[in-house]
Design a protein around this ligand. Structure first.
Ligand SMILES: *Cc1c(COP(=O)(O)O)cnc(C)c1O
Length: 428
């Protein structure tokens, strides 16, 4: 902890909160953030050299585990040839071919983050439909572009209030907020307003993990068709994680536009948005929707993404990560039952989340009832025991191909030990 603490003391002097992305500051769980020195396979190592089994996986990208030798070699080879050209290169074509091939999306545009992908997809949806309003769901995260920093006031079907200072009321006004897993809330808005698109995380993985109810995603498809709105799946987390075809394939529902990020960069900063050719050709230079990027399609990032996606052609990857995640979720559920705790676990594919203080977590309302203080305590105890969880109740656990059965067993043993201790001390 010593070196992390010293680094954090320096960091807060020169960076707001000492971090470059807010959750990293551990505000939701207390204590100082660990500064990471290196990562390998399922583990990350802090500045003091202590190792932790990691379930953050850089928030999703590291689906094969950390420091994968093939990705590392691909990056090294690309770096030998120059770091950026600002002109087309073969690797961009290859990655675009891989993405379209895996997902059935016809065309993609590469950008540098999930935020950018979403922001651009929304602009495109507005241009294509010639409509202004967008429907999003409370509790779904789509990056930090202005129009997406809006959620519902106490679950009501209202025109959005900005979530962040600096977002103007005029921007927020065009963002309508519906309730996840509640088709009625969507239809009410579609009836009342001319809506360009409905954007959804097919599995909500930024309010913990909340699964779509049966019929929710296909219901959205139907509603969008009825009201001539585009359906946008934000697959920045689910893409290439629920399977090569992402949530579209997993749930058998096709979106008009899909946003990607995280996994497609193999750990480098990459995002992408894509869809049918007829829609994508509205983008400049084919059409009049402007969107550009100095470093978009960066050769190093493309090389990392390509190497990662190539390895995802192996079905064993998905078989393994799903199995490991089921083992993890079942183990946590068993511990909850054995100890008689009020808590629950949601899991799909290689994503899962344990919620404290609630018995079901099937929508935003339910999840907001979770006991974040208990989670914070659990987080700190697990960290001390060598398990690195997300520093917030409202984030997913990501299982990677590098997690072994032994890693999961060790994690479950420690979780049980921590939960038993919390119970004996009267916290649970
Ligand atoms: C992480 C995330 C984003 C934003 O991606 P960044 O690369 O952090 O900008 C957008 N949508 C979803 C669903 C995400 O999980």
């Amino acid at each position: 902890m010593e070196k992390s603490k010293a680094l954090f003391n320096r960091a807060v002097k020169v960076m707001p909160g000492g971090v470059n992305s807010p959750v990293r500051a551990f505000k939701a769980v207390g204590g100082n953030p660990l500064f990471i020195d290196r990562a390998d396979g399922p583990k990350i190592y802090d500045a003091d050299g202590k190792g932790y089994i990691d379930y953050v996986s850089s928030w999703g990208p590291m689906i094969l585990g950390h420091n994968n030798p093939k990705i590392r070699d691909a990056v090294k080879a690309a770096a030998q040839k120059g770091l950026s050209f600002g002109a087309p290169a073969e690797a961009e074509v290859k990655l675009a071919e891989k993405i379209t091939n895996f997902t059935g999306i016809e065309m993609v545009r590469m950008v540098n983050s999930g935020t950018e992908a979403v922001m651009s997809a929304l602009r495109l949806a507005r241009a294509y439909t010639n409509r202004k309003k967008i429907i999003k769901f409370a509790g779904c995260y789509h990056g930090h572009s202005d129009s997406m920093l809006v959620k519902a006031g106490s679950g009501a079907l209202t025109t959005g209030e900005p979530d962040s200072l600096g977002v103007t009321g005029a921007v927020a006004e065009d963002t309508l907020v519906a309730a996840y897993n509640d088709l009625g809330s969507v239809e009410a808005l579609l009836k009342q307003y001319e809506v360009a698109c409905v954007i959804v995380e097919p599995v909500a993985a930024n309010m913990g993990v909340v699964l779509p109810r049966d019929g929710f995603l296909s219901g959205l498809r139907g509603l969008c068709d009825t009201y001539s709105a585009l359906l946008v799946f934000d697959e920045v987390i689910t893409g290439f994680r629920l399977g090569r075809g992402g949530a579209q394939e997993y749930y058998g529902v096709r979106a008009d536009l899909v946003t990607s990020g995280k996994i497609i960069g193999g750990g480098m900063p990459v995002g992408a948005y894509g869809g049918k050719k007829a829609i994508m050709e509205y983008i400049s230079p084919c059409g009049a929707v402007y969107q550009a990027g100095t470093l978009s399609g960066n050769p190093i990032a493309m090389a990392a993404g390509l190497a990662q996606l190539a390895m995802l052609e192996n079905d064993e990857v998905y078989k393994h990560i799903d199995q490991m995640c089921v083992k993890l979720a079942n183990g946590m559920s068993a511990a909850i039952k054995d100890l008689g705790l009020k808590a629950c676990v949601n899991q799909v594919g290689s994503l899962c989340c344990m919620f404290f203080g609630i018995e079901t977590a099937d929508d935003y309302q339910a999840v907001m009832g979770a006991d974040t203080k208990l989670y914070a305590r659990y987080f700190r105890e697990m960290l001390a025991a060598g398990i690195y969880l997300a520093p917030s109740q409202f984030e997913a656990m990501f299982v990677s191909f590098a997690h072994t059965g032994n890693d999961i067993t060790e994690t479950l043993n420690k979780a049980e030990m921590v939960l038993r201790k919390m119970k004996s001390e009267g916290a649970l």
